[in-house]
Every structure is written in structure tokens, then in C-alpha cells.
Ligand binder design. Sequence first.
Ligand code: UDP
Ligand code: MG
Length: 312
Amino acid sequence: MEKKKVTLVIPMYYEEKVADECYKRVKENLVKLENYEHEIIFVNDGSKDKTLEILEDIAKEDENVKIISFSRNFGHQAAVTAGLQYVSGDAIIIMDADLQDPPELIPDMLKLWEEGNEVIYGKRKSREGESAFKLFTAKMFYKTLNALSDVEIPKDTGDFRLVDRKVVETINSLPEHNKFLRGLFSWVGYKQYPFEYERKERFAGETKYPLKKMLKLASDGIISFSTKPLKLVGALGIFSIVISVIILIYALLSYAFSWNNLSAGWTSIMVAITFFSGIQLMSIWIIAEYVGRIYDETKRRPQYIVDKKINL
Ligand code: UDP
Ligand code: MG
């Protein structure tokens, strides 16, 4: 029987404390697979610490280890997107470097793939060692995303998943530059399978997802999967028109029946002006977010720049 091949795609940003252990644990689990060849693609997302050096040393010893190194930090999604461009396996596993996604699950995921599932996505049963703040923001993120989005994006899933080569090729062929992968993997369809697992604590080092990056990921996710915020602008408009009509009727009635003296209406005017200009500015802001992204896409600049490739 001809051997199948499994490819791992692992992004790394300032992961010098984790890189060796990550390779060791992943490799251990890959060599145990009798019916599979393997390759590991590490993507160095512009780390300026020793991450790349460590990876280069590993790649010297192991030709199945391949490295793509970016010219600067382009972000986690860009790093995974880049890795997907270079895969040669039949089944592709995307995994974080920090061992929060246990490599010990690789055989189980492959089994599900052999049974004909095409996207096996990790669903976090529990999340060890993550702050209450992180859990709360993650929950809000999936709630908002699903309320606004036109495709169902399963909650408690990250980017940890096994995907069939066919699905990766579909994703690679999509023309958009700024890819929000966990949304796209759901959007493309195919045979999906939720795979429950315990998310472990980060092996070492700090999270590379500060609030700023989380917010960017969240707005990318919402904006690339929904135009509902734009429609919200319309709803706000209607809402403010209704309010102003009510105020108008109230004012006319006041004059007619001289309920009170409206010339002392400084407060109401100020409230109305600030309220409605607030709504307008907010609406423009929502539109601007879309226009900005349209601008980014039309520039046709690449999502990342590869500085160096090793064993590829
Ligand atoms: N990562 C990356 N580029 C970035 C931020 C993160 O390649 O700009 C990688 C990081 O090295 C890790 C994965 O993305 O392999 C997930 O990041 P992290 O574990 O810090 O996020 P968290 O698990 O805290 O959400
Ligand atoms: Mg992590």
C-alpha cells in the first residue's frame, strides 16, 4: 500500500522557549504513524528572537522540516495562509506552536479523516490556564460573530484542525487576500466533523495575542463574513427619524395647547444635535471599516512577504 502523507503547519511568533519542545512532541507522534510519511512546515512570522535559528538547526537535521520565514510580523492568519500554500501532504493539520493543541491527538484526527471526514475541527471542551478575561472575550467574539455573520462559525473552535488536501486547495484558490481562516473553513462546506479536546496550558512564554490583535481578528472575522453592520447603519437612520418625528409631534402639540414654553429648549436642541451627530459618525465609521478593507483588497498587495525558505 502506498503511504499517505500528513503535513503539519505551525506558525511561530517569538516562540524560542517553545520551538524545540514543539518539534520534539510533534515529531514523536508523527514517527509512530506507520502508514504515513510526514512533513512539518514551520512559519516564522517575523520573530526577532532565536525562533528562526532554532528552527534552522532542526531543519538541518531533519529534511522533513520545512521553514518559511517572513520579512516581518504579518500576523497569525497570514502565517497559516502562507503555510497552506506549500503543503504537499494528503491531510493537513494546522496547530499552534505552544502545545495548547496536543500533538497526541494527531492519530485520532487521522482516523476520522480516513473515515471520510474532510474538515476535522478542534472544539475546545475546556481551556486550561486561560484568564477569565480571555474566556469572556472569546465568548463575546463568537456570539457577535454568529449574530452578525451569514455562515455558521462553530464556537469554541480556533485554528486547530485537520483538513483534506482538496479543501486546502479550495482555500488557496480563493482570490481574497485577507483570509479569516476559521470562517472560510466553515464557509467552504465539505464533510465537517467537530472534534472535542481539552485545550492545554501554553507550554512556555506569553500569549502572542494581545487585546489589540484579538480585536483586529474579531473585526476581520465580522467584516469578511457579514454585511450586516452596514445594514445596521440603515436601522440607526430609521431609529433617529422615528425619534425626531416624535419630538416634532410633541413640539407641535406643545405649541397648540401651550403645555410649556419651548423657547427654553436649549437642552433638547443640544441633546438632539449630539445624539444624531453621534449616530452619523458611528455610521460613517462602520462604512469606513468596509471601505478600508475594500481599499486593502484592491491594492492587491500580498498578505505577507517571504524572506527565506528552507527545505522547500
Ligand atoms: N502567532 C503568529 N503571529 C502572531 C501571533 C501569534 O504566528 O502575530 C502564532 C503563535 O506563535 C502561536 C499561534 O499563533 O503558534 C497562537 O498564538 P498564541 O498561542 O499566542 O495565542 P493564544 O493561544 O493565546 O490565543
Ligand atoms: Mg496559545
